[in-house]
Ligand binder design. Structure first.
Ligand code: C2E
Ligand code: CA
Ligand code: CA
Ligand code: CA
Length: 279
């Protein structure tokens, strides 16, 4: 009884307060990190599975923390989505990505596209389109070089409003990919209506290949679906040669994963381009 009493006490006051305190502290840290320009973007190539050539790159946010080192997005994106900071952070990330693309382009390398992750929360901002356009203009970035990645779950949250905004972004020239495809609940009929160019097969269906026959069937179904809707399809999280082999057998043409390359800081990505004779 004594123990339960103590736990109850801890549950109702100090722990909750501590959690709230940590959240507020983290929020202030993110704000400061934006001001101090501690966020950066890494690039992970998407590979043409037949030729091995780079078709584009996904942009992944990193926080270069003075004490903690490189902080991965799992540690700050969810909080930034909850408290709305993702609107500003998303802008920072998009600007950095466009700027880097422009820098490579000025040096003679035109990366076919950069794929930037957008959160549902960003589509709740009525000024999103304006903000994106302003960044394109400021960074002299051609809209056709941006692919917007939105997870299936996020897209389905407010499907009408989000797809209207995606439609506008598409009319600027951007393309749209549904991320983590297969994990959400988009119906086939809504998929046909959505302004989408590409499906990304979620890593959870790739990681257990070739052992998991169900996953192979799911991968096959997503490839078939993308073909019949005339969408491109990309497999994410390819780590082994066996996984690659199966995905190729199932008709997947583009892939991304540690087998080819991890996400790299711009300077390292550049070295890769140099080695391929592109820079
Ligand atoms: P995601 O969009 O599904 O990104 C793919 C994640 O898988 C990345 O993790 C990438 O590093 C990782 N990955 C790539 N290849 C492999 C592989 O072969 N094996 C394994 N196990 N993992 C692989 P990362 O960079 O930690 O990002 C995690 C998530 O954070 C992303 O998942 C995305 O949802 C979110 N995120 C990252 N950057 C941004 C951003 O700028 N904005 C928003 N809204 N979300 C972001
Ligand atoms: Ca993504
Ligand atoms: Ca994904
Ligand atoms: Ca599985």
């Amino acid at each position: 009884a004594k123990e339960r009493g103590r736990n109850t006490y801890e549950f109702y006051t100090p722990q909750l307060t501590e959690e709230a305190f940590l959240r507020v502290k983290m929020e202030a840290e993110i704000r400061m990190a934006i001001e101090r320009e501690e966020f950066t973007v890494y690039f992970q190539p998407q590979i043409d599975l037949n030729t091995g050539l780079v078709t584009g790159a996904e942009v992944l946010a990193r926080w270069l923390h003075s004490e903690r080192g490189i902080v991965p997005p799992v540690e700050f994106i969810a909080l930034a989505e909850q408290n709305g900071q993702i609107i500003e952070l998303g802008e920072v990330i998009l600007r950095l990505a466009c700027r880097q693309w422009r820098c490579w382009s000025d040096n003679g390398y035109v990366l076919p596209f950069i794929a930037v992750n957008f959160s549902a929360r960003q589509f709740e901002d009525p000024r999103l389109i304006e903000r994106v356009k302003a960044i394109f203009a400021a960074e002299a970035f051609p809209a056709e070089r941006l692919e917007i990645e939105i997870t299936e779950g996020h897209l389905m949250k407010k499907v009408e409003q989000t797809s209207a905004m995606l439609e506008e972004l598409k009319s600027l020239g951007c393309t749209v990919a549904i991320d983590d495809f297969g994990t959400g609940y988009s119906s086939l009929s809504s998929l046909k209506k959505l302004p989408v160019n590409r499906l990304k097969i979620d890593r959870s269906f790739v990681q257990d290949l070739p052992r998991d026959e169900d996953d192979r069937v799911i991968a096959r179904a997503i490839v078939a679906l993308s073909h019949s809707l005339r969408l491109d399809v990309v497999a994410e999280g390819i780590e082994t040669g066996d996984q690659l082999l199966i995905l190729k057998e199932e008709g997947c043409l583009i892939g991304q994963g540690y087998l080819f390359c991890p996400p790299l800081p711009a300077a390292t990505f550049e070295k890769l381009l140099l080695e391929e004779g592109k820079l």
